[in-house]
Design a protein around this ligand. Structure first.
Ligand code: ARG
Length: 291
């Protein structure tokens, strides 16, 4: 029996996982390098709870159980990719995170998502590296550090949508959602130097200059691009006055939710969440994308 709840017309719902076992226990990105064992558990709980409450005031938040021995399970963006009633589960590159796969798989299967087969030998880190555009019928897929470049072909085939792959070149921005954030009405917030030249050219060919919100390095290293948008409002770890003014001018509100304990692990607001309602693109939108 299909008990699928998160249909296209339901209110936005976000999945989070409480940081009961969160810490930096191993090093799989540069942020974790000098932070092993340095997470203050009480501060992390408080920061996570503040984010949860702020998001719950603007949408719905559901939580999944935390698990001992899986400190990065809090980063639910890496569960997989949601598109309509389909959930494509992640295949983590690092052995340290592979133990998360059955927990995410079980949660999404219980929620009624259809879970397609994915090739065992293709790494893919879910909504950390695959971001649906918010105004064009297409998916942006990052590769270079975590997901494999050829994940894009499997994503396009399973979801039947155009995929633009983007090569990441700065190890600090190892997942696409750390440096790239498609926003409503065709806006894009991004840190250009995180991308290869060819990928920057591709971005600039698809997004007109007036819709590109370029994030300066000082904001980028505070993970400003790692934002959650709910109805033109952004929830993020940090935004300088200049970046906030640019976002405001483009019609976006900002709520800063400090998440410094999670930045020690290389993740902030967007990484700690996954949207469960992702309306599939309409046939008309796909036809115009193909034309
Ligand atoms: N420590 C985690 C890792 O390196 C952080 C994951 C952040 N998630 C994200 N969607 N960017 O995998």
């Amino acid at each position: 029996m299909n008990n699928f709840k998160y249909k296209a017309d339901s209110a936005q719902t976000i999945l989070m996982c409480p940081p009961d076992f969160f810490n930096v226990d191993y090093v799989i990105n540069p942020w974790m390098q000098s932070n092993c064992g340095k997470v203050n558990a009480a501060t992390a709980q408080g920061q996570w709870e503040n984010l949860r409450q702020k998001l719950a005031a603007a949408g719905n938040v559901v939580t999944m159980p935390s698990q001992p021995g899986l400190p990065d399970l809090v980063f639910t963006a890496n569960a997989g990719l949601v598109y309509g009633d389909v959930f494509i589960p992640s295949r983590f590159r690092s052995s340290e995170r592979q133990g998360e796969e059955p927990h995410f798989h079980q949660w999404f299967a219980n929620a009624g998502y259809k879970i397609p087969d994915w090739p065992k030998d293709v790494y893919f880190e879910g909504a950390g590296d695959a971001l649906l555009d918010r105004s064009h019928a297409m998916l942006w897929a990052g590769y270079g550090f975590r997901s494999d470049a050829n994940a894009q072909w499997f994503l396009a085939e399973i979801l039947q949508i155009p995929v633009q792959s983007l090569e990441l070149v700065d190890p600090r921005f190892y997942h696409l959602d750390t440096c790239f954030c498609p926003l409503s009405d065709g806006y894009l917030m991004y840190y250009p130097r995180a991308f290869s030249h060819a990928s920057l050219v591709a971005i600039e060919a698809m997004v007109p200059p007036e819709q590109r919100i370029i994030v300066p390095e000082a904001d980028a290293v505070e993970f400003a691009c790692n934002a959650v948008e709910l109805d033109r409002h952004l929830f993020m770890n940090h935004a300088s006055a200049g970046l906030q003014a640019r976002l405001f001018e483009a019609g976006f509100g900002v709520t800063v939710c400090p998440l410094g304990e999670f930045l020690k692990s290389g993740g902030t607001a967007k990484c700690l969440t996954i949207k469960l309602v992702e309306a599939p693109y309409s046939g008309a939108m796909l036809a115009s994308a193909a034309a």
